[in-house]
Design a protein around this ligand. Sequence first.
Ligand code: HEC
Length: 179
Amino acid sequence: MSARYLLLLGVITGLVAGCGESSPPAVALPSTAPAQSAAAPATAAADSALPALPAPSPQSIAARKLDPERIKRGAAVYSTNCASCHGPNGEGTPNWREQGADGRYPPPPLNGSAHDWHHSTATLERMIREGSPGIGGMPAWDGKLTNQEIDDVIVWIKSQWPDEIYDIWYLEIEGKQKH
Ligand code: HEC
């Protein structure tokens, strides 16, 4: 386990803890961490205090084979329909964690720095189709965008996530499909 990865783990644990409004998926890292970690090569003694999380494998990084054409199409869908709220590059609103006077939360980042990556592809699709009209201010896109446009914009969103985030998402969220 590299120091960088451990650092990331800390960041993620913090992010998950801060993910209040929708219960985060099975990112209960410590409890879901397989006991097989004992089989993993023991590194520094300090590691033993940390939850065992499977280290990103080369396979999972290689699995990030997002089709460049779909990323391109998704970027166009995004800039036309989503960028006005979620920011040109998915950076969201600076104060996205703070409820506005109307009780709604501002549009969150979609670039992997918030909790978009806590959701499986299926959940992201549902969130985009249904939105949170009334309560949340996220428009429903079902019927306004084609299935392909929705799929493409999800590919674009994933293309914005940092490698490490994508990797954890792939292993812990998409791979387990609990959410
Ligand atoms: C009118 C502003 C607005 C537009 C336009 C908009 N969104 Fe959102 N979006 C929001 C808000 C506000 C939320 C937070 C919803 C909540 O708190 O219920 C959100 C939430 C989301 C989430 C869930 C994020 C998370 O961390 O759980 C996704 C995914 C998302 N939007 C994708 C999109 C996509 C894709 C588009 C374009 C097709 C889009 N949004 C267009 C306002 C917008």
